[in-house]
Design a protein around this ligand. Structure first.
Ligand code: KG4
Ligand code: ZN
Length: 330
């Protein structure tokens, strides 16, 4: 079976061709990131225009790289939320038009689930219950997958982890997106140079990142022109703390749910320190902690095709009434 994946929930426009369950023949991504850089964050109008201008090109390229024709496609799988309404509408409309005109079945995919299940391109789905961890620009959450249903068991009470990285990087004048730049700088700094207090929360499975962001704001202000020489230490200290808090919550969730498998996903799972710490945690607890290869951590249509494949196998499909849901939850 050949599945076409389409992802346009934010600043990336992506199409992928998946053969069977795991053979990713192509996964083309066109990012509008450079067009947002002057504004220090995503401008929704620019993101949706970029998708509109590029979706056909990206689709053609995905087919070409996979050496397939439209008539080879058995299923179309598209992100319908959560995300930016304008961007989502481009992908959903494109998918519906292709489905209608070529009589190909259509499925709608939740972007958050796809981030975790990107791991299923390399691994088989765990047999029993498992834990899911989403760490992205818009979300930070822990999910317990029980009998095929995801249940949210922890979440951020304020900023998402990626959002915190991006905001702190902006305060330090590092540019957008801040996560990868901070990650790079952190490798050259002392993680214990600056100390931050772990937020006290009602649930040990929840997160909060707005306190450390404010603490960073004051530190940067008080550095008075000495910021340049401290950037590496600030980045390293920030990264040391936020990754520690995530790993502590994941450890707690593993113990509470008695999980033997953890599926991690989302842009921040590209973070070098977080990857190492999670892998160490997996060894310590003898639990399989899966993190996708770097190319599948950021927004991409490969993960959308993979989720769509399973939905269709479970006899789920949608019709022309599929619509974009910007606030789609789990
Ligand atoms: O999953 P994603 O591509 O988009 C959303 O669905 O939100 O995640 C983007 C986020 C951005 O906030 C970006 O700064 C962050 O992922 N990110 C990183 C790294 N690479 C990307 N954060 C920390 N370290 C990284 N290496
Ligand atoms: Zn994403």
């Amino acid at each position: 079976m050949i599945t076409l994946g389409i992802e346009t929930s934010c600043d990336e426009t992506s199409c992928a061709i998946l053969e069977g369950e795991q053979n990713l023949l192509s996964n083309i991504i066109s990012s509008s990131l450079n067009r947002h850089k002057p504004y220090g964050g995503i401008v929704p109008e620019i993101a949706s225009r970029h998708s509109l201008e590029n979706i056909q090109i990206v689709f053609d390229e995905a087919l070409k790289k996979a050496k397939k024709k439209i008539s080879d496609i058995d299923l179309i799988s598209v992100t319908y939320g959560p995300g930016l309404i304008g961007s989502l509408l481009v992908g959903v409309s494109f998918a519906k038009a292709l489905s209608f005109s070529n009589k190909i079945p259509l499925v709608g995919v939740n972007h958050l689930i796809a981030h975790m299940e990107a791991n299923l391109i390399e691994h088989s789905r765990p047999k029993g219950d498992y834990l899911g961890v989403v760490v992205s620009g818009g979300h930070s959450m822990l999910l317990h997958c029980k009998k095929g249903q995801y249940q949210k068991i922890g979440t951020t009470i304020d900023d998402a982890i990626g959002e915190a990285y991006d905001k702190v990087a902006k305060l330090m004048g590092l540019g957008y997106p801040g996560g990868p730049i901070m990650d790079r700088l952190a490798r050259e700094g002392d993680p214990h140079c600056y100390r931050f207090t772990k937020p006290k929360l009602k649930s040990s499975l929840d997160f909060s990142f707005s306190g450390i962001k404010t603490a960073m704001l004051y530190l940067i202000r008080d550095l008075n022109g000495k910021l340049e020489s401290e950037k590496n230490h600030l980045a390293a200290s920030f990264q040391h703390n936020v990754t520690e808090w995530i790993v502590l919550a994941v450890e707690e969730a593993i113990k509470k749910t008695n999980s033997k498998h953890v599926l991690v996903g989302g842009g921040v799972s590209a973070n070098s320190l977080l990857r190492t710490k999670l892998q160490d945690l997996g060894k310590k607890l003898s639990v399989d902690i899966w993190i996708p290869p770097l190319a599948l951590t950021l927004d991409n249509a490969g993960m959308i095709a993979r989720v769509g494949y399973d939905l269709y196998k479970n006899k789920q499909s949608v019709g022309m009434d599929l619509t974009a849901k910007p606030n789609l939850s789990i």
